[in-house]
Design a protein around this ligand. Structure first.
Ligand SMILES: NC(=O)c1ccc[n+]([C@@H]2O[C@H](COP(=O)([O-])OP(=O)(O)OC[C@H]3O[C@@H](n4cnc5c(N)ncnc54)[C@H](OP(=O)(O)O)[C@@H]3O)[C@@H](O)[C@H]2O)c1
Length: 345
């Protein structure tokens, strides 16, 4: 019976603070290539590295009971993630050997995809495969759904985006600009700030780490107030944005990365601002917009093909690089979508 050796990443124990390399180990197993009906074995090519995985690694997080893809990660076991791969063996009639697929893979070299788990044939549409992990995957759907459905933009409105050079933020800013909004982003280095202004077309950008008072910084950048805040970070930035919102402002809460490690202040909003300025604050998950998927893909592929939109990918190589790539998200190491290329295409 043919077999492959599979190296994969796991956590040694639950991770309840900032992640460190020592929290992870690379394990090896043997996978038999004889599959049962409806099972598929995939050779992983590109896998996604995302901040929400930290909440899955904790002993407890309210996110873990919310939706199946956010369930707790068991120490010692493989860690599932979105990615693109190639079929090695298939027990599904709709998927043949060597076909490209996209879906729930693992931080490893191979994934045994059991019946019922998300895995679809991928037509790359002549676009690079990493884009199908990021801009055309859940990052893109989060940006598109969150911005258009929750922020309900009107042309000319002022939009603020945090973690603006990251995977979701960089796309939100560009959707907003192309729609006709005035867009300002914040990021954690001067290099990222320059990129937002020079390459992604943001009207302005600033390094939040250089600011001693975020409320007055936002007052300076938005003298006429913020209509829309696309929040990726939570914490003090959310407090500062709410303090600067206009009447009937909308806040799309995509994530709260500054709060995931437990090292920084949690947002304590001025609720009277929320009441008197009639601000809408809504959290969401990319999966909420799955019915808009076709619309999202056709709009975004057109924008990418015509170079009206840039999809930034930050790629590391090899399964051993996954822990460092993941930890780097919380240090601001990445520019654009963090992906690990596991094998050559
Ligand atoms: N709701 C959903 O369905 C959904 C889907 C995808 C992602 N998300 C959320 O969206 C957010 C962005 O995710 P992403 O995948 O696009 O990640 P990303 O922005 O590509 O990477 C994370 C970035 O966050 C910034 N960051 C890290 N720690 C920070 C801190 N303490 N304060 C402020 N900024 C910090 C860093 O950039 P700087 O250099 O700018 O600090 C870092 O590069 C996350 O909160 C994530 O959980 C939600």
């Amino acid at each position: 019976m043919e077999e492959v050796n599979n190296k994969f990443v796991s956590i040694k124990d639950h991770v309840n603070g900032s992640p460190n390399e020592s929290d992870f180990e690379i394990k090896t197993e043997t996978i038999s290539l004889s599959v049962r009906s409806k099972e598929v074995i995939v050779k992983n090519l590109y896998v996604s590295v995302d901040p929400y995985q930290l909440n899955r690694m904790k002993s407890h997080s309210s996110s873990q009971a919310a939706i199946s893809f956010a369930t707790a990660i068991t120490p010692g076991c493989a860690i599932d993630t979105y990615g693109v791969g190639r079929v090695v063996a298939s027990g599904r009639p709709d998927l043949a050997k060597d076909e490209l697929v996209v879906g729930l893979l693992t931080w490893g070299e191979y994934t045994l995809v059991e019946e019922g788990r998300l895995l679809n044939k991928l037509d790359p549409m002549r676009l690079p495969l990493p884009l199908h992990v990021g801009a055309l995957g859940f990052s893109g759907l989060s940006a598109y759904g969150g911005f258009f459905e929750i922020c309900k933009p009107k042309k000319g409105e002022s939009v603020f985006v945090s973690a603006a050079s990251g995977s979701v933020g960089s796309l939100v800013g560009q959707y907003a600009k192309l729609f006709g909004c005035r867009v300002i982003g914040c990021a954690g280095t001067q290099q990222k700030v320059d990129l937002l202004k020079e390459k992604l077309g943001f009207d302005d950008a600033f390094n939040y780490k250089d600011e001693t008072n975020l409320k007055s910084a936002l007052k300076r950048y938005f003298p006429e107030g913020i209509d829309i805040y696309f929040d990726n970070v939570g914490g003090e930035m959310l407090e500062a944005a709410v303090a600067n919102m206009n009447l009937f402002g909308r806040v799309a809460v995509c994530g709260a990365i500054s709060e995931y490690t437990g090292n920084q202040k949690r947002a304590a909003l001025e609720m009277l601002d929320v009441v008197y300025k009639r601000i809408t604050i809504q959290g969401f998950l990319a999966a909420d917009y799955i019915e808009r998927y076709a619309d999202f893909i056709s709009t975004t592929t057109d924008l990418l093909r015509s170079s009206k939109m840039q999809a930034l990918c930050d790629i590391s190589h090899g399964v051993e690089s996954v822990p460092c790539a993941f930890i780097g998200l919380f240090r601001g190491d990445n520019i654009g979508k963090k992906i690990v290329q596991i094998a050559d295409e």
